[in-house]
Write a protein that binds this ligand. Structure first.
Ligand SMILES: C[S@@+](CC[C@H](N)C(=O)[O-])C[C@H]1O[C@@H](n2cnc3c(N)ncnc32)[C@H](O)[C@@H]1O
Ligand SMILES: [Zn+2]
Length: 511
């Protein structure tokens, strides 16, 4: 530490790390990403407990099948060396100042090593300097200068994989994914950030989204969930090439970026199921009802003990929407299976509650993970604004809408992607019936509504179900008591521009 001239630096403290940040601002640092780093630490800690238990269970199983005491002792020694159940390693492929890696080293127990890699000399120097300043062993935080892709491809054909691969690039993670799905160990965790949300949500250039992610975005009602589903599809498609498959642990849409945590395993049989977890999503251009078309049949038949896969049958919609007569937009192919693993999410929530003092953003973490825990699976979401906007009606109180859905026998929740969202397994016909009933008591002024509009088509029909608005006990979610959605945290909120590049706009990196 003696040879660091502290006067040249500002210090930034986050979690247990204090980072020297050059006054000349050469290396990338975005304070708004503290939430991303807090969430990542909590996610990796949660995963690591599962991962290490699983490794121990594999060792125990092998030992249990070994007969003599002597053979058991020899095997135990061999396995302990080979599958060390007590530690793991991380690759932060795009590490900038090293803040994230240093936090990982200080805040994640049982971490054997984090390789903090960056392409730039300045960044690698910063990682080294900060490792020393934080009094960490340079073997625990190993600074590495290299192209992220090359570092990950170096693991191909070897047993030297990384148990966690963390991709936190400028903009899209797409260019790094092929390497990452090969560099992560069996059951390891892939943590991926994408900040190019303008592209992923289709607010501009859907064709660019297709070029990068091999899927078309849908910007209508659920752009952020669609964005998550496009990223997961890309991860699965890339993994599938190497006989690997992903299991999403938690998929988060946060402010101006996405962060997904998926486990990666190898199994040709599981890869065969990918076609039924990927599909296209139709969204009506008039009333925004949506329907999902899996590419592979979801029901996998058992034939003589082996699974039979067949192409999906469809489409699930007519050429024109059955509710309003409009045509559909087609999005995807996208991941249409679950976005989160319930056990993982509830373990992570418990971990956050037990360790609040460790996380500067703990209130928001608890809020978001609680909403995620309550999310209805396998469905995109409606928004109150779109539903009532389509019908030109006054806003239905959320509790009335939720209660009516629950009273009709369906599940409902919010989405963590945004306030006033409605995720439900109720078909669109039920949702429209509820709104039809609501407008009976809160009539729509039809005078200004065009002849062929979705509102006229939908309201011309009578409800086919008996709608019951009686307050349902489950309509008020527990998570409502926490910080569920974030207002813009700072005036300069957004992805930051590359280090050293003049910042024109806060969203310079979104493209
Ligand atoms: C968004 S910053 C990373 C921020 C960091 N993960 C954190 O949490 O503070 C992106 C970093 O990626 C580095 N980078 C860009 N392309 C790279 C590549 N191909 N290989 C390695 N690093 C790269 C940049 O130099 C930059 O420091
Ligand atoms: Zn429609």
């Amino acid at each position: 530490m003696a040879d660091i001239d502290i006067s040249l630096y500002n210090t930034v403290t986050e979690g247990k790390a204090t980072i020297l940040f050059p006054k000349s601002n050469e290396v990338f640092y975005n304070p708004v990403q503290e939430f991303n780093r807090d969430m990542s630490i909590a996610a990796i800690r949660t995963w690591s407990e599962m991962f290490m238990q699983e490794k121990q269970a594999r060792i125990d199983k092998k030992l249990a099948n070994t007969k003599t005491e002597e053979a058991r002792a020899a095997l135990a020694e061999k396995l302990d060396k080979k599958i060390n159940p007590n530690d793991f390693n991380i690759l932060e492929a795009l590490a900038a100042t090293g803040l994230r890696s240093i936090r990982y080293a200080k805040e994640i127990p049982k971490l054997r090593q984090v390789v903090a890699n960056d392409l730039l000399d300045d960044a690698v120097e910063s990682i080294r300097r900060n490792t020393i300043y934080n009094q960490l062993d340079e073997n625990l935080v190993r600074a590495n200068k290299g192209d992220a892709m090359r570092v990950m491809y170096d693991t191909v054909g070897t047993d030297e994989k990384y148990d966690v691969v963390d991709l936190d690039p400028y903009g899209s993670a797409a260019p790094f994914v092929d390497g990452a799905v090969q560099a992560v160990s069996e059951g390891g965790l892939l943590c991926v950030t994408c900040t190019d949300l303008a592209i992923l949500t289709g607010s501009m250039h859907p064709e660019t989204c297709f070029g990068k992610y091999n899927g078309m975005p849908l910007k209508g009602t659920f752009p952020h969930e669609m964005a998550l589903r496009l990223v997961l599809q890309m991860l699965q498609t890339s993994a599938g090439r190497y006989r690997r498959y992903i299991v999403p642990m938690m998929s988060c849409s946060i402010d101006f970026y996405l962060r997904v945590f998926v486990r990666v395993y190898t199994s040709p049989n599981e890869v065969k199921k990918a076609a039924s977890k990927i599909g296209v999503i139709y969204e009506c251009s008039g009333c925004h009802s949506f329907a999902t078309q899996p590419l592979g049949k979801v029901e996998i038949k058992e034939e003589n003990g082996s699974e039979r896969h067949s192409p999906g049958s469809g489409p699930p919609v007519n050429t024109h929407c059955e509710h309003c007569g409009s045509t559909h937009h087609i999005g995807g192919p996208a991941w249409i299976a679950g976005l989160h693993d319930k056990t993982f999410v509830s373990n992570m929530l418990q971990h956050i509650k037990d360790n609040e003092q460790n996380y500067g953003t703990n209130a928001r973490m608890k809020g978001m993970v609680s909403v995620i825990q309550e999310e209805v699976e396998d469905a995109c979401y409606w928004t109150l604004q779109r539903l009532c906007g389509t019908l030109h009606c006054t806003s239905i109180p959320m509790l009335d809408l939720y209660s009516a859905i629950l009273n009709a026998g369906f599940k409902v929740s919010a989405s963590h992607c945004g306030p006033q969202t409605i995720k439900t397994n109720a078909p669109a016909s039920v949702v429209w019936d509820i709104l039809r009933e609501f407008t009976k008591k809160h009539p729509v002024v039809m005078a200004n509504i065009k002849e062929n509009s979705p509102a006229r088509k939908i309201l011309a029909k009578e409800p086919t179900i008996k709608v019951d608005f009686t307050r349902h006990p489950e309509a008020a979610a527990e998570s409502r008591n926490g910080v569920r959605y974030q207002i813009n945290p700072t005036p300069n909120w957004g992805p930051k521009a590359r280090a050293g590049k003049k910042q024109k706009t806060d969203h310079a990196e979104e493209e």
